[in-house]
Design a binder for this molecule. Structure first.
Ligand code: SAM
Length: 338
């Protein structure tokens, strides 16, 4: 599916509203509790078999790399079917994502934050990393506000040691992100094998028979290291810092994030989460529109939050100007090596 331009369809949008009101500060949203999804290798393997026969699209296909992802429409249909069956045997209200789907909404603040679709800037981020040969091999990577997670999937394919994925909505992780990881892990495994083979060819040792053995999905599932975190950035910071201080988690070498700065009132907690998770020599690549009409966030306001905080420095490393709003890639690093 092609990335979609950023234009939120609000659940309660007021078409009559004038432009001055549209950029007024939005109501702050409640913080959704953090949940770590326990996804086992077996589950990934099972899901990979399912996604083989399901409708998937490919993105960024060239001779080196091709990212697979489930169709947004098919994930939405699954959510609706599941929701309908749940409603028939319980009193539960509609699930958050089912509500957004039935209201044709791209954003219901504090309920659904847009992760079911592939957004435009996520393509920019993948293009940027690829064209700049951004080093991902053996890196620990976190994708913040991942949704379909094209940048995180790209990192997986390019040999990242571990990739963790975060989205506001657990349903997005279950129906989009996790199946997307499953759909790409076999290729990630094969690409790693090929890289190792190339390295061995350059060394005096000949490749052993294992490296030419037929790759199996079970091996790929065992090899993949991916974690899935749902919830609000404010709550997730506690989870990440607890994991890091207890030795169950590591700081990240690379943090990628796309289309996540559309609300000014969440900039501080996004920054705080980044600061909690970024390794001393780590780098953040953030892809965003210069301005988000209707919700008020902008690159400028995010830069201002960084300047106010002063512990990180940022620079615009790429710009994409076409017919619509300018899109940018911003790189963030620690101001002084910690
Ligand atoms: C517009 S979607 C972008 C999805 C994806 N990165 C892309 O570019 O296709 C914004 C994402 O930001 C995340 N997000 C926004 N506000 C958040 C918050 N307060 N806490 C946690 N995640 C949030 C949601 O997970 C959501 O998937």
């Amino acid at each position: 599916m092609a990335g979609e331009a950023f234009r939120f369809h609000f659940a309660h949008s007021d078409e009559e509203e004038d432009d001055t009101k549209r950029d007024s500060p939005v109501q702050s949203i409640p913080e959704r509790p953090a949940v770590v999804l326990p996804v086992t290798n077996k589950e990934l393997e099972k899901m990979a078999r399912q996604t083989e026969s399901e409708v998937t699209s490919t993105e960024f296909c060239n001779k080196d790399v091709c990212i697979r992802h489930v169709e947004s429409a098919s994930a939405q249909a699954d959510i609706q079917v599941l929701d309908a069956s749940r409603e028939s045997d319980s009193e539960d209200k509609e699930s958050d994502c089912a509500r957004a789907i039935s209201q044709h909404s791209d954003l219901i603040p504090g309920v659904y934050e847009g992760g079911l679709k592939v957004w435009e800037c996520s393509h920019d981020l993948v293009d940027y990393m690829h064209s700049h040969k951004f080093l991902l091999e053996d890196k620990r990577v976190l994708e913040v506000g991942c949704g379909a997670a094209l940048p995180g999937l790209y990192a997986l394919l390019m040999g990242a040691k571990a990739v963790d994925f975060q989205d506001y909505n657990e349903e997005v992780l279950r129906h989009v992100t996790v199946p997307n990881v499953a759909a790409n892990m076999l290729n990630a495994f094969k690409m790693r094998e090929r890289r190792q083979l190339r390295c061995r060819r350059h060394s005096p040792r000949r490749p052993n028979s294992d490296s030419t053995a037929r790759v199996r999905l079970a091996d790929a599932a065992k090899a993949v290291s991916a974690g899935f975190f749902a919830g609000d950035w404010g709550k997730l910071e506690e989870v990440f810092s607890e994991r890091i201080s207890s030795g169950h988690g590591n700081l990240y070498d690379v943090i990628v994030t796309s289309e996540t700065i559309y609300r000014e009132d969440t900039h501080r907690k996004l920054l705080s989460l980044i600061k909690c998770c970024l390794s001393p020599s780590g780098v953040v690549l953030l892809a965003a529109k210069s301005h988000y009409f209707g919700v008020g966030g902008s690159v400028r306001s995010f830069e201002k939050a960084i300047e106010d905080d002063a512990s990180l420095q940022c620079k615009v490393v790429s710009k994409y100007s076409g017919s619509g709003v300018t899109r940018m890639i911003i790189e963030l690093r620690w101001t002084a090596v910690k």
